[in-house]
Design a protein around this ligand. Structure first.
Ligand code: FAD
Length: 399
């Protein structure tokens, strides 16, 4: 019997899915299986939008359509947890399987703790993630560094510290990620600081790291992270839809090493991004960004994009909230940002959505990630893991 902590190399037994999938199609196969067996009502995944640089969420109810969403999109600006709360009523009345990068998975866990997502109705199929890239800069990077037409790119992946790009004529070019990032390209700034590459808070964690030998590039390494994940994989194995085999021990070692190297790289970026504020306590962090906050247009973009924000009646709106939160001013009083911070920061998973949409280019993800890290160090609360225990500033909402 498969159990939590087991590890496998996995690929689809279906040749079409194996070909369409990023690394052997195990994830697509699992999703299709869950849907065709009626174990879930729908699958929430991601498909290509207008081009490779555009990723859009897709809710799939027909098992035959799952394969259309196969493949990994590295430029998407998604956080699927927001889709689950805003459009799927937190999976309160439907069972779903959802593909989650670590920041998606951590956010889902935080929303489960806040009773905004029904954990019993969700199967989280985790995808390892070494980082995503912003679409506009991504296109510029293809022209400037790879000297290719951005529309001719068919595949990109980060491996061995390099961003490897393949164009439609089969040509591959690789550039060290460090080189790109030192020039202000490469991964999103929030991703650079992220220390969670393997989403062990999901039910399964799937990725290409550690697949060596004859299956290299053709299979996915699956780590079983929960009894629910074990049950799902066992059923798929019994049904014969997945080919599973034990990973090569050296592969397990390599996967751990790569993860360790990525965590070190994230620490480097944290030290770099936060070097001038090291040692400051939480409120001083905000003071340090006074000039940035003074550009705030109060467009509410950050609140709208934040997957942790869910109140129906927001206290930051004109007719709501406490008297000390002065209304009608631009830039808004610092209390505006303090209030937002109070609602979400201990659960902030550094998904970067707030910064991504901010028209005033306030480095919001950088700010909240730093505050969240200080909360972790001060109060011992780690976002995105554990069960049941509500965050420090848990706001119970009947709405
Ligand atoms: P497939 O059968 O191709 O299925 C992939 C599923 O993921 C599809 O359902 C698709 O809709 C969904 N998906 C695609 N893009 C996204 C997205 N942006 N967010 C959420 N869901 C998405 N593995 C590593 O070991 N190391 C890495 O550094 C690494 N980085 C990754 C970065 C990103 C942004 C993504 C999406 C994946 C990354 N992976 C990484 C995982 C790897 O690329 C494969 O997804 C995994 O091995 C599963 O392969 P598969 O053939 O079984 O998946």
């Amino acid at each position: 019997m498969i159990k939590a902590n087991d590890m496998f190399y996995a690929k689809s037994s279906d040749a079409e899915i194996a070909e369409a999938g990023e690394y052997g199609g195990a994830v697509t196969t699992l999703l299709k299986f869950l849907l065709s067996e009626g174990i879930v009502d729908a699958v929430l995944a991601v498909e290509e939008g207008s081009d490779l640089y555009d990723a859009v969420p897709i809710l799939i109810e027909d098992p035959e359509k799952v394969v259309g969403a196969a493949g990994s999109l590295h430029f998407g600006t998604l956080n699927l947890a927001k889709v689950v709360t805003r459009y799927l009523n937190g999976a309160q009345d439907m069972k779903i399987a959802v593909t989650v990068k670590p920041c998606d998975a951590m956010t889902m866990v935080e929303l489960m703790k806040r009773e905004k997502v029904n954990a019993d109705n969700v199967i989280m199929v985790g995808l390892n993630c070494g980082g995503t890239m912003p679409p506009v800069k991504g296109r510029q990077m293809m022209e400037k560094f790879y000297e290719v037409d951005p529309d001719s790119v068919v595949k990109e992946e980060i491996a061995k510290g390099k961003l490897i790009v393949e164009t439609e004529d089969g040509t591959e070019k690789e550039i060290p990620i460090d080189v790109l990032e030192d020039e202000g390209f490469g991964r999103r700034t929030n991703c650079r600081r992220c220390e969670v590459n393997i989403p062990r808070m999901a039910d399964l964690a799937c990725g290409n790291w550690g697949v060596i030998g004859p299956l290299a590039g053709k299979a996915t390494f699956i780590e079983v992270c929960s009894p629910k994940g074990a049950e799902v994989l066992e059923k798929a194995k019994e049904a014969g839809v997945l080919d599973l085999e034990a990973p090569i021990p050296k592969g397990i070692e390599i996967r751990e090493k790569i993860d360790g190297a990525m965590v070190k790289l994230a620490d480097k970026w944290q030290n770099k991004d936060w070097e001038d504020v090291a040692g400051r306590e939480i409120l001083s962090v905000l003071t340090g960004y006074k000039d940035d906050f003074s550009r705030c247009l109060k467009c509410y973009g950050c609140r709208e994009a934040c997957p942790i924000c869910y109140c129906e009646d927001c206290c930051l709106e004109a007719n709501n909230g406490p008297d000390w939160l002065t209304k009608g001013e631009l830039p808004p009083s610092p209390m505006f940002h303090m209030e937002r911070m109070l609602h979400m920061v201990e659960s902030c998973t550094n998904c970067g959505q707030c910064e991504e949409v901010c028209p005033a280019e306030i480095p919001l993800a950088k700010i909240w990630h730093e505050v969240n890290t200080k909360i972790k160090n001060t109060f011992g609360y780690t976002k995105g893991v554990g069960e049941g225990k509500p965050p420090i500033a848990y706001f119970s909402s009947e709405k």
